[in-house]
Design a protein around this ligand. Structure first.
Ligand code: GLU
Length: 500
């Protein structure tokens, strides 16, 4: 392959917080594109905002991206031929190119103070105009500017934007995009504290790192003309651009904490599987051709198509994510399910830190049964209350109604009598006894089994009794911090509760 055809894409996060689903989707689309094209995916950390950037956020985002199943070919943690991969370690480069632009006259020093600029802005707004930098310092010669700097004055550096004309480019997602240059202020490329501005550093890095495709969020669309002007001022070839629509909540506002979890870290803690999250993120604005939706990363690599990414806003649908999570949970073995579930059960103090072999075998069965229909693993301890909590006094309305019927009391009285002298219980005994009750009373079906379900579980619904009874019987013989009550004990307590 010719070098110019090599796909090189990047994710350029600022380490100022936890990685949000929007950025995670951008990461995934870049990664899928690189892996599909046999190209390179690069992680570059944009840490020039000294006040907000933190090393621990960089570590977190690396951890979160790896958890999602992504890997990169170059990055701050693994190095590479185009490093360094942290902008804070590339300041010399930015200064070198800023000097070049100053000397060529395409950039200039600006001595306007923040107060003056704010004043200018307010005046424009008061007149109903779009605020735009006046260009006041454009005419200061480089020589003059240098002597002002030598005299201790502070200055930023700005790029000169042509005053008229349009700038257009073809975006791979959005199609042709045009900007009226008249509306674009001369952007600051280096701040008065010597730090490069985002628009400048990103261009230097993308160009020097030979990035072929810039795939990023649409919130950067308005920055793109400024970046294109910088490419041309530096005489560099443009990369291709693809701007991904924003991720919105169902109410059409930008996805935020108001809508629910939004960071990868939160989804992980909630017990969403990484394969479910990456599957869901891939479907945010992109749909696979054949319409099948439960896809693993390897399948996504083959099917993904940047050309089929939609330009309309992607709506984050938590129910769809949970549905995918349930589908991916189903693909796991019982042993894998237990491994994932254990921290949640321990956190809820349902099981201790060390498990006996019997306990872990039992838990494996219990998790496998109870995980059915669970949206996320953090909901599992609540499901386990079916086994660990038996509180007749907390019956809900529905359950109470079931056991209040006269036929229900009759069934329960008989069941209680027939089990009173038993030492042990099993589903077979349950089937025999209910068979006898049916014969003796003529009560059958729902009227027979519903009251018994309520008596054994203190709930109106739950697992099928042929699964529940053996599970509880086995569990009651194991030493859990919160003991599992046996069926016979449950019946005794329930009969006492009902005064049978
Ligand atoms: N640091 C920018 C961000 O996190 C990068 C944008 C880009 O990809 O150019 O939004």
């Amino acid at each position: 392959m010719d070098k110019k055809d090599i796909v090189r894409v990047r994710l350029a996060p600022s380490p100022t917080g936890y990685i949000h689903v929007g950025n995670a989707r951008t990461a995934l689309f870049n990664w899928l594109f690189a892996r599909q094209k046999g190209g390179a995916f690069i992680l570059r950390v944009e840490d020039t905002d000294l006040e907000r950037s933190r090393a621990e956020y960089e570590q977190n985002l690396i951890k979160d991206l790896r958890w999602l199943g992504l890997d990169w070919d170059e990055g701050p943690d693994i190095g590479g031929d185009y490093g360094p991969y942290r902008q804070s370690e590339r300041l010399d480069l930015y200064h070198r190119y800023a000097r070049q632009l100053l000397e060529e006259g395409t950039a200039y020093y600006c001595f306007c103070s923040p107060e003056e600029l704010e004043q200018e802005r307010q005046t424009a707004l008061a007149q109903g105009q779009m605020p735009k930098y006046s260009g006041k310092c454009r005419t200061i010669s480089l020589g003059e500017a240098r002597s002002r700097l030598a005299a201790g004055k502070q200055a930023s550096i700005r790029l000169k934007v042509p005053e008229t004309g349009t700038l257009a480019f073809d975006d791979l997602v959005r199609g042709r995009v045009e900007f009226d240059l008249k509306l674009i202020s001369d952007p600051i490329i280096v701040r008065s504290n010597g730090m490069p501005a985002y628009n400048f550093a990103v261009v230097i890095d993308d160009a020097l790192m030979s990035i072929s495709h810039v795939i990023r969020g649409e919130d950067h669309l308005s920055n793109t003309p400024k970046q294109i002007l910088l490419y041309s001022a530096l005489g560099w070839k443009l990369p291709a651009f693809a701007h991904l629509s924003m991720v919105m909540g169902k109410d059409n506002t930008r996805l935020s904490k108001r809508h629910g979890a939004t960071s990868v870290d939160q989804f992980r803690r909630d017990g969403i599987l990484p394969e479910a999250l990456s599957n869901y993120l891939a479907l945010l604005g992109w749909s696979p051709p054949e319409g099948h939706e439960v896809l693993k990363l390897e399948e996504l690599i083959t099917l993904f198509d940047l050309e089929r990414v939609s330009r309309s806003a992607a709506i984050f649908d938590y129910d769809k994510l949970y549905w995918l999570n349930r589908q991916h949970l189903k693909l796991l073995t019982a042993k894998e399910k237990l491994e994932l579930a254990l921290p949640y059960l321990q956190e809820a103090d349902l099981v201790g830190p060390k498990l006996s072999q019997g306990q872990s075998q039992w838990l494996e069965k219990a998790v496998d049964l109870l995980i059915e229909g669970v949206d996320k693993l953090s909901d599992l301890p609540q499901k386990f209350s079916l086994l660990f909590d038996f509180e007749p006094e907390k019956l809900d309305e529905e359950a109470r109604k079931i056991v209040e019927a006269e036929s229900a009391r009759q069934v329960l009285r008989l069941f209680s009598q027939k089990t009173a002298s038993l030492k042990d219980f099993s589903y077979e005994l349950f089937a025999d006894i209910t068979g006898e009750i049916k014969k003796e009373t003529g009560i059958k079906g729902k009227d027979l089994f519903h009251p018994l379900r309520v008596a054994l579980t203190a709930r109106a619904s739950g697992l099928e009794l042929d699964k529940f009874i053996p599970l509880v019987e086995e569990g009651s013989k194991l030493n859990f911090p919160r003991p599992v009550k046996s069926c016979l004990q449950r019946i005794k307590e329930f009969s006492a509760f009902l005064n049978l």
